[in-house]
Design a protein around this ligand. Structure first.
Ligand SMILES: O=C(O)c1cc(=O)[nH]c(=O)n1[C@@H]1O[C@H](COP(=O)(O)O)[C@@H](O)[C@H]1O
Length: 301
């Protein structure tokens, strides 16, 4: 496989879009036409059809999608089967897949997570995964080893988008907030695994809801590709994520889930109606892309 960050950089350039569409299906917000029955199997089938509909709407428009495992796991085995189909369909449509599971555990168990989610024989086949750093460097090591073996990607939680994240992430340790310590470790791993584009296989999650810290981390972590959630439904605006990009418009992909996949429920896209929900999704992805491109240095993308 080509180096993860190099292929992400070339997809961002090709589509002129740093937008990641988050696939976070929620039963209550699905188009009525997909809500048939109510068993776990019915819901899983609806999530499968909805997610594939989203993929078909945004393929060729954005470089990547981020299925959120939580919504599929919630439905048990049928949900997991749907998640597998969604990942395969996304990859078949030349979309990079960030599998959002935020996993980790002690090193020996992390090895199983890393093999299962990212390894050569992974039944999921994602291009990258999200992981938590709080069990220490030995817990990240199996993911890093597996990512290097497969040229796959990792996004380590550094500064999350939620308000409660500050409780521990902003705690000062030796005069620096904890997220800066985590950021230094991630940057070290990123530098060691850098590809031709200058960015490493190991990336960082940094929320759009903390624009100052986002800019500060961009300066401090020059080899680290950022996954920036919190744009759209959580209140982050395009101006807030401007500091995430480097001078050539690379270095970050920005996620929007609800704001894009449920666009047909937003007043701005009411003209599409439920019947044309996929057109609303595509238009929302195009609009978010345009806003993000305006936030990159002039003419960069
Ligand atoms: O890792 C993530 O993607 C993530 C990290 C974070 O700090 N904040 C955050 O919102 N996320 C995820 O990004 C998505 C945001 O969804 P929306 O708020 O609907 O755009 C959800 O799947 C969250 O789980």
């Amino acid at each position: 496989m080509p180096h993860y960050a190099d292929s992400l950089a070339s997809l961002v350039r090709e589509h002129k879009s740093p937008l990641v569409v988050g696939i976070d299906p929620r039963w209550d917000q699905l188009p009525d036409s997909l809500r048939q029955g109510d068993s776990l199997a019915d819901r899983a089938e609806a999530y499968r059809r909805f997610s594939i509909g989203v993929i078909e709407a945004v393929a060729g428009v954005v470089p990547a999608v981020k299925p959120q495992a939580a919504f599929f796991e919630e439905l048990g085995p049928a949900g997991m089967a749907a998640l597998g189909d969604v990942i395969a369909r996304a990859r078949g449509n030349r979309l990079q897949v960030i599998l959002d599971g935020k996993r980790n555990d002690i090193g020996s168990t992390a090895e199983a997570y890393a093999r299962g989610m990212l390894g050569e024989a992974s039944p999921w086949g994602a291009d990258s995964v999200t992981v938590s750093p709080y069990l220490g460097d030995d817990s990240l090591a199996p993911f890093v080893t597996t990512a290097i073996e497969r040229d796959a990607g990792l996004y380590v939680l550094v500064k999350t988008s939620n308000p409660g994240g500050a409780l521990w992430q902003d705690k000062l340790i030796d005069g620096k907030p904890l997220y800066r310590h985590v950021g230094e470790h991630v940057e070290h791993l990123a530098e060691k695994t850098a590809g031709e584009c200058g960015y490493g296989l190991v990336g960082a999650v940094v929320g759009a809801t903390y624009p100052e810290q986002l800019s500060e981390l961009r300066q401090a972590m020059p080899h680290t590709w950022f996954l920036v959630p919190g744009f759209g439904a959580q209140g982050g605006a395009a101006a807030d994520v401007a500091g995430a990009f480097d001078a050539s418009g690379l270095g970050a992909v920005v996620n929007s889930s609800r704001g894009v996949i449920f666009a047909y429920n937003r007043p701005e896209y009411a003209q599409f109606g439920q019947d044309r929900w996929q057109d609303a999704v595509q238009q929302a992805a195009r609009d978010a892309t345009a806003q993000l491109c305006d936030a990159t240095p002039a003419g960069a993308l």
